[in-house]
Ligand binder design. Structure first.
Ligand SMILES: [Ca+2]
Ligand SMILES: [Ca+2]
Ligand SMILES: [Ca+2]
Length: 308
């Protein structure tokens, strides 16, 4: 029995070695346009929702806050694959400044042959799985969702970058050939996705990216950014990112783009939709027109509101 199991493991490693040998040169990369074409694999990083975590953007987080000293769980997800599916993957995830505590595979029956994970306790990890132990052509799967989970501790204060590194990350078709992975450039390296983790109290994190922390938005004083919604990015009328609302940049900027008689071209940064209430500044997203009631009045009501 033991030699049978050992034989199976060796066979798996042999197939993987064969697949890796087949890998050939890196994914050709290409422009954003090419990346959006069909037939590519899309991978992303996410953090499992928990009370000690807040992430910007519900669909695809790019920045998350985690309470200092607490643990969070990262997932590597596969979100899009070619119609013909895939037979194997190998992930190369770099997380400078953070040290993984545990790495687990998601229970996916179609990708049941998993490789031993590598990198626990270091600043990078590797994990891979395939559909079957046999010579190509391998069976394929169209599975979408989390592939791997990794636990981390936000021990230090600061902001840490996690990236899925390409070309060391590979996804294979039935013949063991690389399926192109959607990538972006980051500091000269190709990455399938990047996520920033800031070890800070989620209340002191600007979850919706409007310039005010969640603590400020939940506060009682609108002049300090309060009486707002920490999940509404449109309720602080800062048009230039300086985290306060003044006359020359914000109020004048909106007035000069008054749609009925514009002196400057339309820019969605200066536009808001109607207020969702109860206050004039609790506005919805751009509605394509800069008018008196939604826009000019709303920004004037926020004069000198300050989130610095
Ligand atoms: Ca905010
Ligand atoms: Ca807000
Ligand atoms: Ca408007």
């Amino acid at each position: 029995m033991r030699s049978y199991v050992a034989g199976r493991v060796l066979a798996a490693l042999t197939v993987v070695a064969f697949l890796v040998a087949l890998a050939g040169p890196a994914d050709q990369g290409g422009s954003r346009v090419a990346a959006q074409q069909q037939g590519q694999v899309e991978l992303s990083l996410n953090v499992v929702a928990a009370s000690n975590v807040a992430c910007r953007s519900a669909q695809k987080p790019d920045k998350c806050a985690v309470s200092p000293g607490s643990t969070f769980t990262l997932t590597v997800d596969i979100n899009a694959v070619p119609a013909s599916g895939y037979s194997a993957y190998e992930l190369d995830v770099v997380h400078t400044g953070l040290v993984s505590k545990a790495i687990r595979y998601a229970a996916i029956s179609e990708l049941g042959v998993t490789l031993p994970t590598a990198g626990v306790g270091t600043e990078a990890f590797r994990a891979g799985a395939l559909t079957a132990i046999q010579q190509p052509p391998l069976p394929t799967t169209g599975y979408l969702g989390p592939l791997v989970e990794a636990d981390f501790n936000c021990a230090a204060s600061g902001t840490f970058k996690i990236s899925i590194r390409v070309p060391d990350t590979k996804v294979k078709d039935a013949n063991g050939d690389n399926v192109p992975i959607t990538t972006g450039e980051q500091a000269g390296a190709k990455v399938a996705d990047t996520l920033l983790i800031t070890c800070v109290d989620p209340l002191d994190f600007d979850k919706d990216g409007d310039g005010c922390t969640t603590r400020r938005e939940l506060g009682p004083d609108e002049r300090l950014g309060g009486r707002r919604d920490p999940n509404n990015p449109w309720d602080f009328y800062d048009t230039n990112g300086d985290r306060r609302i003044d006359a020359p940049n914000d109020i004048l900027g909106v007035m000069l783009r008054y749609s009925a008689n514009p002196a400057l071209p339309y820019d969605p940064a200066y536009d808001r939709g109607p207020s969702a209430g109860p206050n004039a500044w609790n506005t919805t997203g751009p509605d394509g027109r800069i008018n008196a009631s939604n826009d000019i009045l709303s920004v004037m009501f926020q004069y000198q509101h300050n989130c610095r």
